[in-house]
Design a protein around this ligand. Structure first.
Ligand SMILES: [Mn+2]
Length: 365
């Protein structure tokens, strides 16, 4: 198991790389989508939150794809700091919204994703994280929910206000879209869109030596903003890897999201996915409660035993990267850093204990 840190676009600089190395990380996972562009409800020093039904901000430039040249430069600057660039997390809605929406630019957007995969292969970046859904991460509330009153996020019940036209994945891709809202589709239709997408991009990904890694639906509810979710129960997330046996069809396994699911057994699911060797990398996060009523907690303070998870992964010889997902904001001058350092310290100690055989052997039961 390798320890990594996820960095947002505005964090891609030497100060953050040094912070990662200091905390014991060997890898980073980067976000190139700028979630914080003109989103007044979305502060920079936290995970992107937005409001319950207000978008994070504007999507990027539809005409500007990430190039092999800039990706190579990014990888080299990260390696220069003593780290490895393991993955890019998330596609920009500006580049692929009509794949999600099955819109008129779908064919062009498939070519965009294929071009990004080729560029990543050329730049030597092995993994692309993505999340295939219309509403994105939204419907959540922010407050002093975590231990000691630390600011955290959660959900206070279903949120099914419709998505305005021009918005998808909780970002605005068309500011001039006509008034009105997105008509609801069925889960079957979204699954069909995902299968078509994978059919067209997996061969390109394989050839480029890049793995696609899908995040489960965060928050995991049957519908959000009136639109269906694909992966909101552990058995449904298994359906993702059952779509194709391609080595490029992988999971970006988010433990917090999995813990919020109402069906199945959390530990058995982690055991099953890791035994099948279909996890590309892992988001470590703990929660209290189940969707749509839950709170994000500190890593050692939620409903789930995260040392037991580490033990299961160790037993199954998981050799991918673990990163903290979101952490509550700690009361100090650097709330994001403190939250991340706390989670990284916990993970580092857990990994060291496992390597010394100082933790009991756990299986799913
Ligand atoms: Mn996650």
């Amino acid at each position: 198991m390798k320890l990594g840190l996820g960095l947002y676009r505005h964090m891609l600089n030497d100060a953050y790389y040094a912070f990662a190395v200091q905390a014991g990380c060997t890898h980073v996972i980067v976000h190139l989508v700028d979630y914080f562009k003109q989103g007044e409800a979305n502060p920079h020093n936290n995970q992107p939150t937005g409001d319950k039904d207000k978008a994070w901000g504007l999507a990027g430039d539809p005409g500007k794809l990430w190039t092999a040249q800039e990706l190579t430069a990014l990888r080299k600057s990260i390696e220069g700091a003593g780290l490895k660039l393991e993955a890019i997390e998330n596609l920009d809605p500006a580049h692929w919204h009509d794949i999600l929406l099955d819109g008129p630019q779908r064919a062009e957007h498939i070519r965009n994703v294929q071009a990004i995969l080729r560029a990543m292969g050329e730049a030597g970046i092995p993994t692309l994280g993505y999340a295939f859904n219309l509403p994105g991460v939204c419907g959540r509330v922010t407050g002093p929910f975590a231990r000691g009153g630390a600011i955290s996020v959660g959900m206070d019940g279903p949120v099914d206000t419709p998505i305005p036209n021009g918005t998808v994945w909780n970002m605005i891709y068309d500011q001039n879209a006509p008034a009105g809202t997105l008509p609801a589709v069925t889960r079957e239709e979204m699954m069909r869109r995902l299968e078509r997408f994978l059919e067209e991009v997996l061969p390109v990904a394989e050839k480029a030596g890049v793995r696609l890694a899908a995040h489960p639906d965060d928050p995991p509810v049957a519908t959000l903003r009136g639109q269906p979710r694909l992966f909101y129960q552990p058995g449904m997330y298994q359906q993702l890897i059952d779509i194709s046996a391609s080595p490029s069809n992988m999971m970006e396994c988010c433990l917090g999201t999995l813990a919020e699911m109402t069906e199945g057994d959390f530990y058995e699911a982690v055991d099953a996915y890791s035994r099948q060797k279909r996890i590309a990398y892992i988001h470590f996060r703990n929660v209290h409660g189940k969707a749509p009523y839950y709170r994000e907690t500190f890593i050692d303070d939620g409903d789930m035993d995260m040392l037991r998870v580490l033990s299961i992964l160790h037993k199954n010889e998981f050799d991918g990267v673990l990163i903290p997902d979101h952490s509550p904001q700690m009361s100090c001058a650097a709330p994001w850093h403190a939250g991340m350092a706390h989670t990284l310290g916990f993970l580092r100690a857990g990994i060291m204990a496992l390597e010394r055989n100082a933790l009991p052997k756990h299986s799913a039961r």
